[in-house]
Design a protein around this ligand. Structure first.
Ligand SMILES: *[C@@H]1O[C@H](CO)[C@@H](O)[C@H](O)[C@H]1NC(C)=O
Ligand SMILES: *[C@@H]1O[C@H](CO)[C@@H](O)[C@H](O)[C@H]1NC(C)=O
Ligand SMILES: *[C@@H]1O[C@H](CO)[C@@H](O)[C@H](O)[C@H]1NC(C)=O
Ligand SMILES: *[C@@H]1O[C@H](CO)[C@@H](O)[C@H](O)[C@H]1NC(C)=O
Ligand SMILES: *[C@@H]1O[C@H](CO)[C@@H](O)[C@H](O)[C@H]1NC(C)=O
Length: 867
């Protein structure tokens, strides 16, 4: 387990790139700049000096010696004032200092000359490996947007040999020409080996095996960025020529110093000028608006494309306000992008690489952004920059279907398909060890598939548990091996299916003590004496299996007096069975209402709430990474034979993931208990549990369900109803009448205050579980003193609070620990009880989920709207 967490942590800690923001400017080791046919040295505005014909002559092998130059022309750079013209094959050869990515830039302009009409020149350009241009003619390729005929072709090639050559090969009776050549080292991490495949949504590996041609490089909402302003001599065009319905979009601009590069993204990926401008939705943040902003680009279905999307949240005022989708050719490319969570801050650059298979292209490329959810209070979407790179095809061509050796591409094959490429499918991925599965899942699946990324386990565990090796004991190694494996992973005892079959009388229905989200819970006796609860998962339910695995993982690393212990599990024959300590008094809820059980005294209720609070406090703070329960409710607080409360059901639990203060996730949990902030923003914090716990407190006091659709509208939702009365300081009006005679009003007041704080609208205003615990302890002391005072007939209703320090600050942000009874944290793990308590007997761990009907959902909605 520790290994997995470390691994997961590493994933969070190390983004796809490794350069740090403080990296000095990139100095290319190979830096060939040639002004072909030039007699005078050309120095560009960006400071780069190109070599003259005389200085670069030894690089060229050509049969003829035709140069052309003009003194003046309507061209943007002196590079276009001269050219080299070849009537037969000619080759430039370069001796490379360093292998890896290189820019290859070819500058073309048909200089007027007496040798050949360059408007008519048709030729091929080939490197040792790649076809760069096939049957190229400057007029056929004329870009109607540029007023002159200057052409810059830019390629990004991984050069692996010391010798690199560029061959110009004119068609018969034609000529080839070139005005300037750049062969310049680019950073290794400019393109990493891994990207995301658009459709199907798999990981795409082998990016470094392709060659690329830059088709578009666009600075959304910003000005032209020339090579002078780019860290790697690139140009970025404004997006005006590509955006559809410009009136739907609004430009945003901040100072470049606002942009804060994180580890892993540097100005080499894109300069700050790209990230400091963006396009956002017109009338952004107007509630209820929902449309896409679209950009269109020309593309041919003869090639696959790499699309790099650049983002930087320069529009939000606070974290967690921007959620949007990115579509490419109508397919979801990035689902529910939450930038502030992804990079943990605002104005932090982030980029994403998407591979578009040629089969998805029929009419060019369309890139769209739009808000991800209608319930988002401030719908908006942004894009800062975009690069479109053509990917070389199966015969290493970037133009036409012929390779350097004249080999033709097989029909049906495309740039995105090749032996070297492994588009890893899920089946394959999860065949590997969990760690790899987790990594791939996080890389690929999590950002892509909103619906499925909703539990801790789906990041950490294989989704298809039945067909991989993780917990499989049905392999040839048998159960001895399994047990070793288990103890290594800390998974508890391994049970054979036979053992559990015997213990439950072949899962006899008379042994059923509970029906849970993914299967039945049976009572059973193991080792002839220990009563346990056996939870048998329904193998048909994938979701269930995921949650099941979460529970194994969670529970086996968590041992605490106030958490239900996992004893072991069985996964034989694709079974998913968990064996728990047996909680003979069942769910807290059954003792509050609905089951006609003997009513609990106020002290008992306080003890149970305190126990549950301790369990949650331990979850939040007692483990290195912190865990959010996500489904705190009275049916998930179970009572043992001593009425000791233990928190159960970690099926939805989630790591508070590694140094990030919230977890973005699909809304899960139970209506009536759901943190409104979590519901609105899909941001999970430990304060979401605190909210739910506030509902539990009201339930304990009022002895009624969190949601009761049968009641008049204003009473349906207990949290609302309770707070309404709390504000009037009349909580006793709705309190359980059975408590009326025995409760100390002061204790109830303190308790009500605790509930009110838990139910604060905003997470930041809610106390920590440690604070709640302190308040409950105080309420308990007040109650005990009251009871004693009554007994002694001595009514000094005042009680010293647990700690004077705490009185000064009643809602401390750090957990105040009442002196007598410290909430348990990891440090007192020595006090952990044995996993199997002795002498358990009686009823069961029984919890149902029937408190979530459709009407509940509407109640919760109306509740939210009312806020
Ligand atoms: C340029 O415009 C002409 C006529 O308007 C059109 O036929 C041609 O396809 C355009 N070329 C490009 C590269 O867009
Ligand atoms: C370039 O390709 C070689 C051979 O495929 C590979 O080993 C190397 O890692 C690649 N370089 C980069 C920067 O991707
Ligand atoms: C762009 O480059 C020019 C010339 O080097 C410089 O004056 C200008 O400040 C740069 N602009 C930005 C936004 O960096
Ligand atoms: C945005 O574009 C996607 C993909 O083309 C489409 O499915 C979605 O319905 C569009 N959203 C709106 C609001 O038009
Ligand atoms: C790309 O498209 C081709 C043709 O439709 C298909 O056969 C191939 O599997 C696709 N490649 C990937 C990586 O999806």
């Amino acid at each position: 387990m520790a290994l997995l967490l470390v691994l997961l942590f590493t994933l969070f800690a190390s983004p796809s790139l490794v350069l740090s923001a403080s990296t000095p400017p990139f100095t290319p080791q190979d830096n060939f700049l040639i002004d072909c046919g030039a007699t005078n040295k050309a120095t560009l505005p960006d400071g780069r000096a190109f070599k003259t014909e005389a200085e670069s002559g030894q690089l060229l092998k050509a049969e003829d010696d035709n140069k052309a130059s003009v003194d003046k022309a309507d061209v943007p750079s002196p590079l276009y004032l001269s050219a080299r013209i070849f009537k037969s094959d000619a080759t430039y050869s370069f001796h490379m200092a360093r292998p890896g990515w290189h820019w290859v830039r070819l500058h073309f302009y048909p200089v007027t000359n007496s040798v050949f009409d360059l408007q008519k020149a048709t030729f091929n350009v080939l490197t040792d490996k790649y076809t760069l241009l096939h049957n190229f003619n400057i007029n056929q390729n004329k870009n109607n947007n540029t007023k002159n005929q200057v052409f810059l072709k830019e390629y990004l090639l991984n050069i692996t040999n010391q010798q690199f050559s560029i061959k110009f090969s004119p068609m018969k009776n034609s000529a080839a020409f070139i005005n300037a050549i750049e062969v310049v080292s680019a950073p290794d991490n400019l393109i990493t080996d891994t990207a995301n495949n658009l459709q199907p949504t798999t990981q795409f590996q082998g990016m470094s095996k392709f060659g690329y041609e830059t088709m578009y490089r666009v600075n959304m909402g910003g000005p032209l960025i020339t090579s002078a302003n780019d860290t790697l001599g690139r140009s970025w065009l404004p997006d005006d020529a590509y955006i559809k319905s410009k009136n739907m979009a609004k430009e945003v601009l901040v100072g470049t110093s606002t942009v804060k590069y994180p580890d892993g993204v540097t100005p080499q990926i894109a300069p700050p000028t790209v990230y400091a401008t963006a396009v956002q939705m017109a009338d952004a943040v107007v509630s209820g608006q929902n449309f896409n902003i679209s950009w269109n680009f020309q593309a041919t279905n003869a090639f696959g494309y790499l699309i790099r999307l650049h983002f930087c949240d320069i529009v939000s005022k606070s974290l967690g306000n921007l959620y949007f989708n990115v579509y490419i050719n109508g397919n979801m490319a990035i689902s529910d992008l939450d930038l502030s969570h992804t990079v943990n801050g605002l104005a932090i650059p982030y980029y994403k690489d998407i591979v578009v298979n040629s089969s998805l292209i029929s009419d060019g490329l369309s890139v769209q952004i739009g808000p991800s959810r209608m319930d988002n209070s401030a719908p908006n979407a942004i894009l800062n920059g975009l690069e479109v790179m053509k990917i070389s095809n199966s015969v290493d061509s970037l133009d036409g279907e012929f390779g350097v050796d004249g080999k033709k591409e097989e029909s049906g094959s495309s740039g995105a398909r090749r032996g070297a490429v492994a588009a890893v499918g899920f089946g394959l991925m999860f065949g590997a060890f969990v760690g790899l599965g987790a990594m791939v899942y996080k890389w690929r699946k999590r950002p892509q598939d909103w619906q499925k990324r909703n539990s801790f386990s789906s990041w950490l565990l294989p989704v298809h548990a039945g067909d991989n090796s993780f917990m499989s004991s049905k392999n040839s190694m048998g159960s001895h091996k399994s047990n070793m494996y288990n103890s290594a992973l800390g998974l508890g005892r391994y049970f054979t299916f036979q053992e559990l079959q015997d213990a439950t009388n072949n899962f006899d229905s008379s042994k059923i003590i509970g029906v849970g989200g993914f299967g039945n819970v049976y009572i059973a006796v193991i080792d002839d004496e220990t009563t346990v609860a056996v939870k048998r998962g329904n193998p048909q339910s994938e979701q269930g299996i995921t949650e099941f695995q979460t529970e194994i993982q969670m529970l086996s690393k968590l041992r605490h007096r106030h958490l239900v212990s996992l004893i072991g599990y069985c996964d034989e024959n694709s079974e998913m069975i968990l064996v728990y300590e047996y909680m003979s008094n069942g769910p807290f809820r059954d003792h509050l209402y609905g089951k006609n059980l003997a009513p609990l005294t106020w002290k008992q209720r306080l003890d149970i709430c305190i126990g549950a609070a301790r369990g949650l406090h331990y979850l939040h703070t007692g483990t290195a990474q912190g865990i959010i329960h996500r489904d705190v409710k009275t049916t998930n607080i179970l009572l043992d034979d001593q009425f000791t409360a233990k928190v159960a059901d970690f099926g939805l639990s989630k790591d508070a993931t590694m140094g990030q203060n919230h977890v973005s996730t699909a809304v899960k949990g139970s209506f009536g208990y759901l943190d409104p902030e979590y519901f609105r923003r899909q941001q999970l914090t430990d304060k979401s549990d605190v909210y739910s716990f506030g509902v539990v407190l009201l339930e304990a006091l009022c002895a009624r369900p969190a949601i009761n659709p049968a009641l008049p509208r204003e009473q349906v939702n207990l949290a609302d109803w309770g707070m309404q009365w709390k504000r009037k300081d009349l909580l006793e009006k709705i309190m359980d009448p059975l408590l009326a005679d025995s409760i100390n009003p002061e204790s109830m007041k303190k308790f009500g205050e605790a509930a009110e704080k838990c139910l604060a609208e905003h997470g930041v205003d809610r106390p920590t579980m440690g604070d709640v615990l302190w308040n409950l302890e105080y309420a308990l002391q007040l109650q005990e003193a009251f009871t004693q005072g009554k007994a002694d007939d001595d009514s000094t209703n005042s009680v010293a609070p647990p700690s004077t320090e705490a009185v000064a600050s009643p809602a401390p942000t750090s957990a105040i620990v009442p002196p007598a009874t410290a909430p348990t944290t990891a440090s007192n793990s020595a006090n952990r009880p044995a996993p199997i308590p002795e002498g358990d007997e009686g009823s069961a761990e029984a919890h149902t989920i029937n408190d979530q009907s459709g009407t509940d959902i509407f109640a919760q909605f109306s509740n939210l709207n009312g806020r």
